[in-house]
Design a protein around this ligand. Structure first.
Ligand code: GAL
Length: 447
């Protein structure tokens, strides 16, 4: 069995590629995140056993899953794949940086340079459809959905998020939930407090914790997507799912009073976050909750993967959860998918990988480690913990809303503009300016 991991090599190339490609954004140095589960080894060139350059029997998997809370699920999937296909070499070409902070720019550069990875992580929804599908860079996968029976086991709504003009273009490995408040159970018990479910309760609890010298809310917005992640959960809580969804089809204007109110609420909330929020990434912020240095944070349920897989914490013992404030009954959907780019070198091996990724067995290996729930509806529920069982229930009964921060709600261009508005807002707190900028961004997008 051969398995080459070249995470570090790709990560090192990242900054150079970003500059060369003129990809924009604010590339922070790719780094091991959170510490406890670093990229496996510094890589070098892929070698076949005979010493010649890369063999035909290979698959290169491109993602941003490195480091704590991120890598274990992918490693589990690769292990399963390698057991089934010992003759196929796996290249794990992950680029560090939460939510694809660096990986997306590297991917853009490779795609435009005619050097696509064999398969890559991309969110269902606009991030897939408005980019690589619109540019005709992906193969339709209808043949795989038919041969594997996937049309019967993936929810139709999810297939729709990966489809255009009757063709489906990727395979979903998971469903993450974005709108989750995580809390430290001991901090709440020791202070005789009840985890808040509404904004009013949040501010009452936050004031009580602050008075005792405890940071109420952890934030780590060194990578700007995390501030947007918190904001979109607040936006959803203020507007409710129908109006939130309306922001993306043009039926609700971005200067709706609810958007202004959400910005006001978010601004007030920022008074209760850790002073060093701009120096932390998402794992560092979640770690504050894990250690009882902060009481709560809002993060997708990859944080649960981090708590349980990396930190060995127990749900409902060390940490608890609830839908973020005022969002009970709504599920903010984040789905990681992988497709088949046109022009790749290892098409057959990649199809075999996609089959494992979309299989019941593959999903039941990946998701318990990652914190997500399977995209398939026929999972072996006994393999999942209490949190995930609840999430499965909510996923099938709640109203669904797409995430801005994780590529489903809006095109990458629009999402990037919203991210910039919120990044500036965290510093200035200027509600009028933020509303004006959001309206301008939306009018360019939704005309
Ligand atoms: C999301 C992705 C998750 C997780 C998270 C943090 O965009 O869907 O799987 O990796 O970013 O990096």
């Amino acid at each position: 069995m051969k398995r080459t991991v070249k995470v570090s090599l790709v990560a090192t190339l990242c900054a150079a590629l970003l500059l060369a490609a003129g990809c924009g954004g604010a590339p922070s140095q790719p780094a091991n995140q959170g510490g406890s589960n670093p990229p496996a080894q510094s890589g070098s060139q892929t070698q076949s056993s005979g010493g010649e350059a890369s063999s035909e029997k290979q698959v290169e998997i491109f993602s941003w899953w490195t480091g704590a809370g991120e890598a274990a699920g992918l490693e589990g999937l690769i292990k399963l794949f390698t057991e089934k296909h010992p003759d196929i070499e796996v290249i794990n070409a992950a680029v560090a940086g939460g939510a694809g902070t660096n990986a997306k720019a590297v991917l853009a550069s490779r795609m435009s340079g005619g050097n696509p990875p064999d398969t890559f992580q991309v969110h269902a929804g606009h991030e897939l459809l408005d980019t690589w599908v619109a540019a005709d860079k992906m193969e339709p996968l209808n043949f795989l959905y038919e041969s594997e029976g996937w049309n019967n086991v993936f929810p139709k709504q999810l297939i729709d998020m990966m489809s255009k003009d009757g063709n489906v273009y990727s395979v979903a490995v998971n469903i993450h939930r974005g709108n989750v408040m995580w809390y430290n159970t001991k901090v709440f018990a020791d202070n005789n407090l009840t985890p808040p479910t509404t904004f009013d309760e949040f501010f009452t609890v936050a004031e009580a914790l602050k008075a005792k010298g405890i940071t109420p809310l952890a934030l780590g917005d060194k990578e700007p997507w995390t501030a947007l992640h918190l904001f979109e959960s607040v936006l959803l809580g203020v507007l409710g799912p129908d109006k939130y969804n309306g922001l993306f089809d043009g039926s609700v204007p971005w200067d709706d009073p609810g958007v202004r109110q959400a910005l006001e609420t978010f601004k007030r909330m920022l008074q209760y976050v850790n002073d060093d929020h701009a120096a932390r990434n998402w794992q560092d912020a979640s770690q504050l909750v894990a250690q009882g240095k902060a009481a709560m944070n809002v993060m997708g349920d990859w944080a649960k993967g981090y708590f349980t897989t990396d930190l060995n914490l127990k749900g409902n013992v060390d940490f608890g959860w609830a839908p973020s404030w005022n969002t009970e009954g709504t599920f903010m959907v984040v789905s990681d998918t992988f497709g088949l780019p046109k022009g790749i070198q290892h098409r057959d091996a990649t199809i075999e990988f996609l089959k494992v990724l979309g299989s019941k067995e593959g999903q039941d290996v990946f998701n318990p480690l990652k914190g997500s729930i399977p995209a398939r509806t026929d999972a072996d529920v006994s393999k999942y913990d209490e949190y995930s069982k609840e999430a499965m229930q909510d996923w099938s009964t709640n109203k669904l809303t797409p995430s801005i921060a994780h590529g489903s709600a809006a095109s990458p261009g629009f999402s990037e503009k919203i991210t910039q508005v919120i990044t500036v807002f965290v510093t200035t707190g200027d509600v009028d300016q933020a509303v004006a900028d959001l309206v301008a961004a939306a009018s360019a997008e939704l005309k």
